[in-house]
Design a protein around this ligand. Structure first.
Ligand code: PLP
Length: 495
């Protein structure tokens, strides 16, 4: 298939074309800085407004997004992001505040942050919440730092190991590694739960904690969760919950009630902040009572209680044994917190519970429709997602071929080759925002692709064939990473 390469904005440039007319200056002229601080050239593209609009419009049409179609990317929770979130996060009072403004002038923003901390506590069953971390992995790092600080303050310095199940998201061992802790992998059992015997033999007084995703990346709720937590606690370790995917638990189970000590949320998954190139992440962390004094500073607190008709005075407070600041200023306020605040406020407690029930129903519906066509290695009631094998007996069609072929049916591929414990994994998360017609069209496409795998496997090997770009060489793309598609001809001299 011929690949049409879109010209870059620099190639479209033509000397003398203009998109803007600058008004006459109405400020006094100033002397320029000394010559050595100035560039002699700044090769910017020259185009008319219409050229720029058409260029970016054409690029945007090559993109796939949750606003253009079904996006069942497991573990990523690509739910539809309601547009009212966009209205609220652009309200001038939120949009135009500066993080260094005196607190008296930003009481509304602080009230929103305070309430967000309270809501997340209530949703998760934790005693304290920080809104600072900029993403899930950053939240993990924050949580693990607090766990380390907790053991250190007690003088319990032998605890250098973190237990992590083999189904874990890759960021878990990475966050632990950043702290120089040792990762001990715990296998899953035949039902997709933590292998209790392996856990029991790994638990001793050198273990700082366990990082557990529940439901795990197979979409399985651990049937022995209470025993798992008890085993970890009995050896004096702390329990970390990876709460990136809270979409199956909202209003139903609270990790704090299950005995977890610390957990990060992904506001950009569960609470509808656009992500995947679409917006800022936000990874608040909740902690149990024994970790509240270690939370990052500052937190938003009430400095003066309300009196009569007077609202309380909100400001910043510092936890006693704080691990310090995790991020400049106060987290991703507008793009993250205001959007998620809107989302939670629009749903209310019953609405949040509906989200989880529909997310689980949708995943189970798809699993039931695909069970006879694809092998589902951990086949029981799933939570918000499930994992199936993208391969067929006697066929060389692989998960990657199936994923690419789905693009020809105008679906975003599921997550593939993760979790690592399923061979040729296809991890499907439909979310609650899809209707039955969409789920049926997706299941029909996957069933048709399974048929094609038998009758015309080359069609799958060469897919996608209807997209603007065909099959990418992913190895080359990873090995010869080109992050900038265009460099000016005299780049070497300029640098
Ligand atoms: C997405 C995800 C993370 C990491 O979150 P980021 O915001 O991408 O850093 C961690 N754990 C699980 C289970 C996830 O799905």
């Amino acid at each position: 298939m011929a690949t049409i390469i879109e010209p870059t904005i620099f190639e479209l440039s033509s000397p003398g074309r203009r998109g803007v007319k600058m008004p006459a200056s109405d400020v006094p002229e100033m002397a320029l800085p000394p010559k050595e601080f100035l560039r002699s050239e700044l090769p910017l593209p020259e185009l008319a407004e219409v050229d720029v609009v058409r260029h970016y419009m054409s690029l945007s049409k090559m993109n796939y997004s949750v606003d253009s179609g079904f996006y069942p990317l497991g573990s990523c929770t690509m739910k539809y992001n309601p547009k009212i979130n966009e209205d609220t996060c652009r309200l001038p009072g939120f949009l135009f505040t500066h993080p260094l403004q005196p607190i008296e002038t930003v009481q509304g923003n602080l009230a929103l942050m305070f309430e967000m901390q309270e809501w997340l506590k209530e949703i998760s069953g934790f005693a304290g919440v920080t809104l600072q971390p900029a993403a899930g992995a950053h939240g993990e790092f924050t949580g693990v730092l607090m766990m380390a600080a907790y053991h250190k303050l007690r003088g319990d310095t032998k605890r250098t190991k973190m237990l992590i199940p083999d189904a874990a998201h890759g960021t878990n061992p990475a966050s632990v590694g950043m702290l120089g802790m040792q990762v001990v992998t715990i296998p899953s059992d035949a039902r997709g739960n933590v292998d209790l015997r392996a856990l029991e033999s790994a638990c001793d007084d050198t273990v700082a904690g366990m990082m557990l995703t529940n439901p795990n990346t197979l979409g399985m709720f651990d049937e022995n969760i209470e025993k798992v937590v008890a085993l970890v606690k009995d050896c004096g370790a702390l329990m970390y919950g990876d709460g990136a995917n809270l979409n199956a638990l909202l209003g139903i189970v609270r990790p704090g009630d299950l005995g977890f000590d610390v957990m990060h949320f992904n506001l950009h998954k569960t609470f509808s902040v656009p992500h995947g190139g679409g917006g800022p992440g936000s990874g608040p962390v909740g902690v149990s009572q024994r970790l509240v004094d270690f939370l990052p500073s500052p937190l938003v607190g009430i400095l003066e209680e309300s009196e009569g008709d007077m609202a309380p005075l909100y400001g910043f407070v510092t936890p006693k044994n704080t691990i310090g600041r995790m991020k400049a200023f106060h987290g991703h306020f507008g793009g993250g917190l205001v959007r998620s605040y809107t989302y939670i406020a629009m749903h209310g407690p019953d609405g949040l519970k509906d989200i989880s029930q529909y997310a689980v129903l949708n995943a189970n519906y798809l699993q039931a429709r695909l069970r006879d066509t694809y092998k589902i290695p951990f086949d029981r009631i799933c939570m918000h997602e499930f994992v199936m094998e993208g391969k067929f007996e006697g066929s060389d069609v692989r998960a990657l071929d199936i994923s690419k072929r789905l693009m020809d049916f105008n679906f975003h591929p599921p997550t593939n080759y993760f979790p690592l414990i399923v061979s040729e994994a296809l991890m499907i998360e439909p979310t609650e925002t899809e209707n039955k017609d969409t789920l049926d069209r997706f299941a029909d496409a996957l069933i048709k692709i399974a048929e094609e795998a038998k009758t015309q496997p080359d069609l799958l090997h060469n897919a996608p064939i209807t997209t603007k770009f065909g099959r990418m060489d992913e190895v080359k793309a990873a090995r010869e990473l080109v992050l900038c598609c265009w460099l000016p001809e005299n780049y070497e001299q300029m640098a």
